[in-house]
Design a protein around this ligand. Sequence first.
Ligand code: HEM
Length: 505
Amino acid sequence: MAFNATVTINEVPVTIFRKLYEIESRPLGVAILVLFAVTYASFVLTKSSPEAKVPFVGLELGSLSKRKKKYVTDANALLKEGIVAGQRFYTELCDFKDDELSFKGSISDLFATHYTGVLISDDLKELAINRDLTPGMARLTETLEDEVNYIVGKEIGSCKEWKAVIMNKATQNIIASVTARSFVGMDLCRDPDWLRISVDYWMDAFAAAKSIKFWPVFLRPIAARLMPQPARMHATRQEAQRLVVPVLKKRLDAMQNDPDYQKPDDIMQWMIDRLGDKAGTDEELHHQAHLQLALAMGAIHSTNFTLLHEMFDLAAYPEYHEPLREEYREALKSTGGILTKVTLNKLLMLDSFMKESQRYNPPGLTNGRRKTLKDLVLSNGTVIPTGSNIELPAGAVNADPSIYPHADEFDGFRFYKLRKRSEDDMNKHQFVTSSRDSLNWGYGRHACPGRFFAVDEIKVILSKILQSYDLALVDPAAGRYKNSSFETMVIPDMEKAVMFRERAV
Ligand code: HEM
């Protein structure tokens, strides 16, 4: 196992990517270089940096466009071949400081933030997640449940007989609403305009970044002003201002003038409280609106794909339904019939099923993207030149039989059995755990901070669905819907339906 390095675009819906790839495949469109092994664009192009003493893969394929095509269509094969350093280096890589190995730098490249205006790192956003959202999860469970009841009822609805539901459409709406309830509260979580832009901003960001990178570096400042995609991002930010700023003002006014005002318990309010007197200035009002878009961008699609995979797995493996329902009933009973954070913590089988689903269907074959801001030397002497983009091989780790015996078998209770072994194992194999053996949340100090929220959110959704419905694939004999891939992305089939039928309570 090892880290791998590519200059690549990740985590984008395949429809967008396909469209963009067509543009990129034209002779002029060689703006995004996809190189293999530990490498980076400027080193290869200019030879201005010390040589990375590692083999390259894919060179035998010939031209850059042929290598790009292989990467786009079969990155897995290249990644397997291109592994160059072992797991022990992950920890070593984590020890480099942010000014040596930068998360922000790589994401900035990915989204061409200089031109698209995507906000990737912000103290207020980070405080809101790490200091407010994660520790607040116990208080938020009731709110999550309330919104899940509403939106699952709306998206799946009543069905005395079996009915087919296009799953991605439903899960996307479910996640957008439930997330918005905790982020922007009742004021906006059912507002169709907010839900639309909070879902679309992510796709728009990729499209805008890609359109900019189509151009040579020296033309990008001009292209950014002329291309429609960056303009669309700007328009979406304006729309966010239109929607969010009046809500902020209403809250600030109530805080000042209404002695009975009950502050909502959501990210919007925590940000207002953290900003104190500054919260109402024009600059901060606009900043908060922008932050809400940035948060939605990080939270919605990743969680939706995770839930979608899990729904497909639940539909494909009905043998898990009853044990999971029974576990929920028992956990709920133990917390007096009220769904709390403690109830969710007792759902060890569900946690295991979700983790196995992610092991089988990771968000990406690679993860933990970082950019070197200095030449870095690993303990085995490997030099990673300045400007390299590094990624960890999450997919290869997930499929490694020395880590996961019978790795090619879906065992929904794999992690449940591991957790039952000892106290230490109980923590080591939780769904939220990020480790060298489980890289799907990233690794190190930038591992996903939103995972605690995402896991609880999905647990409430799946529990509600399992209690309320029987579910199945449209054609059970055909087996679980296949994923597709684009570059290192693993993409669930967004067109497929799951069958639902209400259960007698
Ligand atoms: C199942 C859903 C999710 C998945 C699979 C996921 C996955 C990831 C991954 C792989 C990373 C990169 C970590 C690294 O490079 O080491 C990341 C970063 C991040 N995620 Fe998530 N994420 C999810 C949900 C969320 C949610 C709900 C939020 C917000 C509440 C969120 C906020 C963030 C932020 C802010 C970062 C950047 C961290 C930093 O700057 O240090 N994510 N996520």
